[in-house]
Design a protein around this ligand. Structure first.
Ligand code: SAM
Length: 344
């Protein structure tokens, strides 16, 4: 590439008219210089005036072009603002549509939940009705097994169902425990005492509520079972387990008990706090005989399920026995021989 064409490339590109004006200005400069040098000052001055006029016209053209560019910039800004505003409107509309759809879904979901609840309530009611023959049969068998010496307290409300009672008494008859611990006294205390009267053995029952404890004591006395069973007042006190305090029966009420070989866990009631029965195994484990049976009522509830899972994990030798008909679960405790030997 020649030197001349390299220089031309570096120069700004001029239109034809600009090139003509620039050339004319150059000629006028050269003319003014030449006439000034030859003493023709009049012509030189005229040429310079012409040059000034051309520069002025150029500046005017430049300003007009700048004004056009500025106008075009403002128009572009306006367009951009309009586009952004339109996009904002669309975004807000889309969010609003989504919100309404979510609201509709929430309504649909609430209606579906209500429908499911209706069905499950109906199912629960019919399960209760379907369970009636079973409870009736269990009641008949209970009274065939024992002849109470006074009117039996009811097995409704907070008490164990006849089905659960029947299975509980069957376990007592078969396993013949020497010392039964009951957590939560009531109608079950009377039935258990009748069973123990036959098989030999005694019952200690804890109640956190003095009123219910007194009522159970009175029932036991009415049935002539006070020699078999003792109801102890055990108000709920904070029991610390793994850094958490649970309201549970005052451990003092258990202090003299050893070699407990049968336990019915039916208290404290769930209303006394979350995981109300979880402390039981922690508080009684060292007082259990090397082999013991643990009957856990209301075992289908979430808290009780969690407690059983945690216990069987934590306490070596504690396992679940098969599912039974009623609401309770049965756990078997067999202290490992090494631990039993260490205790002896
Ligand atoms: C589940 S109940 C124990 C029931 C007992 N094991 C039975 O089968 O008859 C647990 C505790 O709830 C309390 N309790 C009993 N009947 C109650 C009732 N109708 N309302 C409120 N609490 C009651 C008593 O303090 C009892 O120790």
């Amino acid at each position: 590439m020649s030197k001349l064409s390299r220089i031309r490339r570096r120069l700004p590109r001029l239109t034809g008219a600009q090139a003509v004006v620039m050339s004319a200005a150059g000629i006028l400069c050269a003319g003014a210089a030449a006439t000034a040098l030859t003493g023709q000052t009049g012509i030189a001055t005229a040429l310079l005036a012409l040059l000034g006029g051309i520069i002025l016209a150029g500046l005017l053209l430049l300003f007009r072009r700048l004004a056009r560019v500025q106008k075009a910039g403002l128009a572009a800004q306006r367009d951009l603002r309009t586009t952004v505003e339109e996009m904002q409107r669309r975004l807000v509309a889309a969010v609003e549509r989504e919100r309404l759809t979510a609201g509709d879904r929430h309504l649909e979901l609430a209606e579906a939940i209500a429908r499911v609840k209706q069905v499950t309530d109906r199912k629960a009611a019919s399960a209760q009705v379907l369970g009636l023959p079973r409870e009736f049969e269990a009641t008949v068998q209970l009274f065939q097994g024992f002849t109470p010496r006074a009117p039996m307290p009811s097995s409704g409300d907070f008490a164990l169902n006849p089905t659960d009672l029947l299975e509980l008494l069957h376990l007592i008859r078969v396993r013949q425990p020497r010392l039964v611990l009951e957590l939560g006294s009531g109608t079950s205390s009377v039935w258990i005492s009748y069973a123990l009267e036959k098989s030999g053995g005694r019952l200690v029952s804890l109640d956190h509520d003095g009123g219910y404890a007194a009522r159970t004591r009175a029932a036991l006395a009415a049935h002539g079972l006070s020699g078999i069973a003792e109801v102890r007042d055990a108000p709920l006190t904070p029991c610390g387990i793994d850094g958490r305090d649970y309201p549970w029966y005052d451990p003092e009420a258990l202090a003299d008990l050893h070699d407990i070989d049968f336990v019915l866990i039916d208290g404290p009631p769930a209303a006394t706090g979350a995981d109300a029965r979880y402390p039981a195994m922690h508080m009684i484990e060292k007082r259990l005989a090397d082999r013991a049976t643990i009957v856990f009522d209301d075992a289908g509830r979430a808290d009780e399920q969690a407690a059983m899972a945690a216990w069987t994990e934590r306490f070596t030798g504690l396992t679940r026995e098969g599912e039974l008909l009623g609401r309770h679960a049965v756990l078997a405790f067999a202290r490992p021989p090494a631990m039993a030997a260490a205790r002896a």
